[in-house]
Ligand binder design. Structure first.
Ligand SMILES: [Fe+2]
Length: 279
Protein backbone atom coordinates (compact mmCIF):
# COMPACT_ATOMS: atom_id res chain seq x y z
CA UNK A 1 0.00 0.00 0.00
CA UNK A 2 1.19 3.50 -0.76
CA UNK A 3 0.11 6.38 1.41
CA UNK A 4 -1.69 9.09 -0.52
CA UNK A 5 -2.78 12.53 0.63
CA UNK A 6 -5.59 14.36 -1.15
CA UNK A 7 -6.53 17.90 -0.20
CA UNK A 8 -10.18 18.39 0.88
CA UNK A 9 -10.83 22.06 1.72
CA UNK A 10 -9.07 25.20 0.54
CA UNK A 11 -7.35 25.85 3.88
CA UNK A 12 -8.28 22.82 5.99
CA UNK A 13 -8.50 19.10 5.41
CA UNK A 14 -6.83 16.24 3.59
CA UNK A 15 -7.89 12.65 3.09
CA UNK A 16 -5.31 9.96 3.68
CA UNK A 17 -5.66 6.66 1.83
CA UNK A 18 -3.47 3.61 1.36
CA UNK A 19 -2.93 2.94 5.05
CA UNK A 20 -4.16 0.24 7.42
CA UNK A 21 -3.98 1.83 10.85
CA UNK A 22 -4.52 -1.51 12.57
CA UNK A 23 -0.97 -2.43 11.55
CA UNK A 24 2.13 -0.98 13.23
CA UNK A 25 3.52 1.98 11.25
CA UNK A 26 7.15 2.82 10.58
CA UNK A 27 8.76 6.19 11.26
CA UNK A 28 8.39 7.29 7.63
CA UNK A 29 4.59 6.92 7.78
CA UNK A 30 4.41 8.59 11.19
CA UNK A 31 6.39 11.55 9.89
CA UNK A 32 4.20 11.79 6.75
CA UNK A 33 0.97 11.80 8.81
CA UNK A 34 2.26 14.38 11.26
CA UNK A 35 3.50 16.56 8.39
CA UNK A 36 0.06 16.27 6.73
CA UNK A 37 -1.49 17.64 9.92
CA UNK A 38 0.94 20.55 10.02
CA UNK A 39 0.29 21.26 6.32
CA UNK A 40 -3.49 20.67 6.17
CA UNK A 41 -4.68 21.34 9.77
CA UNK A 42 -6.99 18.27 9.70
CA UNK A 43 -6.87 14.81 8.17
CA UNK A 44 -9.43 12.08 7.66
CA UNK A 45 -8.92 8.35 7.23
CA UNK A 46 -12.22 6.79 6.15
CA UNK A 47 -13.74 3.34 6.50
CA UNK A 48 -11.96 2.19 9.65
CA UNK A 49 -13.28 -0.69 11.72
CA UNK A 50 -11.59 -0.53 15.11
CA UNK A 51 -12.24 -2.18 18.43
CA UNK A 52 -11.72 0.44 21.18
CA UNK A 53 -8.24 -0.95 21.92
CA UNK A 54 -7.29 -1.04 18.23
CA UNK A 55 -8.36 2.59 17.97
CA UNK A 56 -6.04 3.61 20.81
CA UNK A 57 -3.17 1.70 19.22
CA UNK A 58 -3.90 3.29 15.81
CA UNK A 59 -3.90 6.80 17.30
CA UNK A 60 -0.43 6.26 18.76
CA UNK A 61 0.87 6.99 15.27
CA UNK A 62 0.13 10.63 16.28
CA UNK A 63 1.76 10.57 19.72
CA UNK A 64 0.84 9.70 23.29
CA UNK A 65 -2.85 9.62 24.30
CA UNK A 66 -3.77 12.26 26.89
CA UNK A 67 -6.22 11.86 29.84
CA UNK A 68 -9.56 13.67 29.39
CA UNK A 69 -11.43 16.19 31.51
CA UNK A 70 -14.92 14.64 31.43
CA UNK A 71 -14.17 11.32 33.07
CA UNK A 72 -17.91 10.56 33.50
CA UNK A 73 -18.01 9.78 29.79
CA UNK A 74 -14.90 7.67 29.51
CA UNK A 75 -15.22 4.32 27.78
CA UNK A 76 -15.95 1.66 30.45
CA UNK A 77 -13.25 -0.74 29.17
CA UNK A 78 -10.68 1.62 27.65
CA UNK A 79 -10.66 4.69 29.87
CA UNK A 80 -8.42 6.88 27.76
CA UNK A 81 -11.28 7.04 25.22
CA UNK A 82 -13.98 9.62 25.89
CA UNK A 83 -17.40 8.83 24.47
CA UNK A 84 -19.03 11.83 22.79
CA UNK A 85 -22.70 10.94 22.49
CA UNK A 86 -25.99 12.76 22.00
CA UNK A 87 -27.57 10.18 24.32
CA UNK A 88 -25.92 11.58 27.45
CA UNK A 89 -28.20 13.61 29.70
CA UNK A 90 -27.61 16.12 32.48
CA UNK A 91 -29.01 16.00 36.05
CA UNK A 92 -32.31 17.46 34.82
CA UNK A 93 -32.66 14.82 32.08
CA UNK A 94 -31.85 17.24 29.24
CA UNK A 95 -29.65 16.05 26.38
CA UNK A 96 -26.06 17.27 26.67
CA UNK A 97 -24.88 18.98 23.49
CA UNK A 98 -21.13 19.23 23.78
CA UNK A 99 -18.81 21.47 21.82
CA UNK A 100 -21.41 23.47 19.89
CA UNK A 101 -19.44 26.74 20.01
CA UNK A 102 -16.00 27.49 18.59
CA UNK A 103 -13.24 26.32 20.92
CA UNK A 104 -10.02 24.36 21.19
CA UNK A 105 -9.70 21.44 23.60
CA UNK A 106 -8.42 21.26 27.19
CA UNK A 107 -6.64 24.62 27.48
CA UNK A 108 -6.76 24.29 31.27
CA UNK A 109 -3.62 22.13 31.03
CA UNK A 110 -0.08 23.45 30.95
CA UNK A 111 0.61 21.32 27.85
CA UNK A 112 -2.77 20.99 26.13
CA UNK A 113 -3.37 18.26 23.51
CA UNK A 114 -1.83 18.97 20.12
CA UNK A 115 -4.35 16.79 18.30
CA UNK A 116 -7.96 15.76 18.84
CA UNK A 117 -9.04 12.49 17.24
CA UNK A 118 -12.64 11.45 16.64
CA UNK A 119 -13.69 8.04 15.41
CA UNK A 120 -17.29 7.78 14.21
CA UNK A 121 -19.07 4.83 15.78
CA UNK A 122 -22.60 5.85 14.84
CA UNK A 123 -23.61 9.02 13.01
CA UNK A 124 -26.92 10.59 11.96
CA UNK A 125 -28.02 10.23 8.34
CA UNK A 126 -28.09 14.00 7.85
CA UNK A 127 -26.19 16.77 9.61
CA UNK A 128 -24.12 16.56 12.77
CA UNK A 129 -21.00 17.83 10.98
CA UNK A 130 -17.82 18.85 12.73
CA UNK A 131 -16.53 22.25 11.59
CA UNK A 132 -12.82 23.04 11.77
CA UNK A 133 -11.43 26.53 11.20
CA UNK A 134 -7.86 27.38 10.20
CA UNK A 135 -6.96 29.88 12.93
CA UNK A 136 -3.73 30.92 11.22
CA UNK A 137 -5.85 32.29 8.38
CA UNK A 138 -8.23 33.80 10.94
CA UNK A 139 -5.29 35.58 12.59
CA UNK A 140 -3.82 36.71 9.28
CA UNK A 141 -7.12 38.33 8.27
CA UNK A 142 -8.01 39.82 11.64
CA UNK A 143 -8.42 43.64 11.46
CA UNK A 144 -5.38 45.50 12.84
CA UNK A 145 -7.35 47.05 15.72
CA UNK A 146 -8.16 43.54 17.03
CA UNK A 147 -4.61 42.27 16.48
CA UNK A 148 -3.37 45.22 18.54
CA UNK A 149 -5.87 44.50 21.32
CA UNK A 150 -4.64 40.93 21.80
CA UNK A 151 -0.93 41.28 20.96
CA UNK A 152 1.18 39.87 23.80
CA UNK A 153 -1.88 38.97 25.93
CA UNK A 154 -2.49 35.66 27.66
CA UNK A 155 -5.64 33.74 28.40
CA UNK A 156 -5.97 32.61 32.01
CA UNK A 157 -7.42 29.11 31.83
CA UNK A 158 -9.40 27.23 34.48
CA UNK A 159 -11.95 24.40 34.40
CA UNK A 160 -14.85 26.80 34.04
CA UNK A 161 -13.98 30.39 33.23
CA UNK A 162 -16.08 33.56 33.23
CA UNK A 163 -15.40 34.62 29.63
CA UNK A 164 -17.91 32.24 28.02
CA UNK A 165 -20.83 33.72 26.11
CA UNK A 166 -23.23 31.57 28.12
CA UNK A 167 -22.29 30.33 31.53
CA UNK A 168 -24.53 28.60 34.03
CA UNK A 169 -24.53 29.65 37.71
CA UNK A 170 -24.01 25.95 38.47
CA UNK A 171 -20.74 25.95 36.51
CA UNK A 172 -19.49 29.05 38.33
CA UNK A 173 -20.37 27.41 41.66
CA UNK A 174 -18.49 24.25 40.61
CA UNK A 175 -15.43 26.29 39.63
CA UNK A 176 -15.48 28.15 42.96
CA UNK A 177 -15.70 24.88 44.84
CA UNK A 178 -12.98 23.09 42.88
CA UNK A 179 -10.65 26.10 42.50
CA UNK A 180 -8.58 24.89 39.56
CA UNK A 181 -5.01 26.15 39.19
CA UNK A 182 -5.01 28.91 36.54
CA UNK A 183 -2.84 28.18 33.49
CA UNK A 184 -1.72 31.01 31.19
CA UNK A 185 -1.39 30.58 27.44
CA UNK A 186 -0.59 33.12 24.72
CA UNK A 187 -3.74 34.02 22.78
CA UNK A 188 -1.56 34.18 19.66
CA UNK A 189 0.53 31.02 19.51
CA UNK A 190 3.25 29.97 17.10
CA UNK A 191 3.07 26.52 15.51
CA UNK A 192 6.20 24.58 16.49
CA UNK A 193 6.51 22.97 13.04
CA UNK A 194 5.26 25.44 10.42
CA UNK A 195 6.10 28.50 12.60
CA UNK A 196 2.94 30.39 11.63
CA UNK A 197 0.90 32.33 14.19
CA UNK A 198 -2.65 31.31 15.12
CA UNK A 199 -5.38 32.51 17.48
CA UNK A 200 -5.69 30.10 20.38
CA UNK A 201 -8.39 30.14 23.08
CA UNK A 202 -11.27 28.21 24.61
CA UNK A 203 -14.08 30.57 25.69
CA UNK A 204 -15.42 28.21 28.37
CA UNK A 205 -12.01 27.57 29.89
CA UNK A 206 -10.89 31.22 29.83
CA UNK A 207 -11.44 33.17 32.99
CA UNK A 208 -10.11 36.38 31.42
CA UNK A 209 -7.52 37.70 29.01
CA UNK A 210 -4.65 39.53 30.75
CA UNK A 211 -5.37 43.26 30.82
CA UNK A 212 -9.14 42.77 30.45
CA UNK A 213 -12.07 41.91 32.71
CA UNK A 214 -14.03 38.66 32.11
CA UNK A 215 -16.83 40.76 30.56
CA UNK A 216 -14.41 42.61 28.24
CA UNK A 217 -12.78 39.26 27.35
CA UNK A 218 -16.16 37.79 26.43
CA UNK A 219 -16.88 40.73 24.08
CA UNK A 220 -13.39 40.58 22.60
CA UNK A 221 -13.75 36.85 21.92
CA UNK A 222 -17.07 37.48 20.18
CA UNK A 223 -15.41 40.13 17.95
CA UNK A 224 -12.45 37.85 17.16
CA UNK A 225 -14.72 34.97 16.16
CA UNK A 226 -16.97 37.21 14.11
CA UNK A 227 -14.11 38.92 12.25
CA UNK A 228 -11.69 35.98 12.09
CA UNK A 229 -13.82 32.97 11.19
CA UNK A 230 -14.75 33.14 7.53
CA UNK A 231 -16.51 30.38 5.64
CA UNK A 232 -13.54 29.90 3.33
CA UNK A 233 -11.27 29.11 6.30
CA UNK A 234 -13.61 26.35 7.53
CA UNK A 235 -13.81 22.69 6.61
CA UNK A 236 -17.13 20.99 7.45
CA UNK A 237 -16.65 17.29 7.97
CA UNK A 238 -19.69 15.29 6.93
CA UNK A 239 -19.50 12.07 8.89
CA UNK A 240 -19.80 8.45 7.81
CA UNK A 241 -19.47 5.51 10.20
CA UNK A 242 -15.82 4.45 10.43
CA UNK A 243 -14.32 7.89 9.74
CA UNK A 244 -11.31 8.82 11.81
CA UNK A 245 -10.85 12.60 11.84
CA UNK A 246 -7.85 14.32 13.40
CA UNK A 247 -7.21 18.03 13.75
CA UNK A 248 -4.30 20.12 14.93
CA UNK A 249 -5.35 22.19 17.95
CA UNK A 250 -2.22 24.33 17.58
CA UNK A 251 -3.76 25.98 14.50
CA UNK A 252 -7.49 25.15 14.60
CA UNK A 253 -10.68 25.81 16.47
CA UNK A 254 -13.64 23.48 16.05
CA UNK A 255 -17.31 23.05 16.82
CA UNK A 256 -19.99 20.38 16.52
CA UNK A 257 -23.11 21.28 14.55
CA UNK A 258 -26.17 20.08 16.46
CA UNK A 259 -28.60 20.25 13.55
CA UNK A 260 -29.60 16.60 13.19
CA UNK A 261 -32.66 14.63 14.22
CA UNK A 262 -32.17 14.16 18.00
CA UNK A 263 -33.84 10.76 17.77
CA UNK A 264 -30.83 9.55 15.77
CA UNK A 265 -27.63 8.44 17.46
CA UNK A 266 -24.44 10.43 17.16
CA UNK A 267 -21.62 8.65 18.88
CA UNK A 268 -17.88 9.26 18.54
CA UNK A 269 -14.86 7.96 20.37
CA UNK A 270 -12.58 10.85 21.23
CA UNK A 271 -8.87 10.64 21.93
CA UNK A 272 -6.53 13.51 22.72
CA UNK A 273 -2.83 13.48 21.93
CA UNK A 274 -0.29 15.07 24.24
CA UNK A 275 1.07 18.42 23.12
CA UNK A 276 3.80 20.80 24.24
CA UNK A 277 3.59 24.10 26.09
CA UNK A 278 2.16 26.74 23.71
CA UNK A 279 4.45 29.69 22.92
FE1 LIG B 1 -13.88 19.99 21.43
Amino acid sequence: MTLQIKKLGKYVGAEITGIDLRQPQDMKIKTAINKALSDHVAIVVRGQNFTPQEYVEAAKVLGDPFPQNFTDYNHPDVEIINIVSNQHRDDEGKRIKRGGNWHTDHTNHECPPKFTVLYAVDVPRHGGNTAICNMQKAYEHLPDYLKEKIEGRETVNVNQGRAAARISPKAVKRENEQKSTPINHPIIRTHPENHRKAIFFHPIKTDYLTGYTPEETKNLFADILMEGIKEEFVYNHQWSDGDMLVWDNRQAMHRAIHDYDPKEQRQMYRLLIQGDRPF
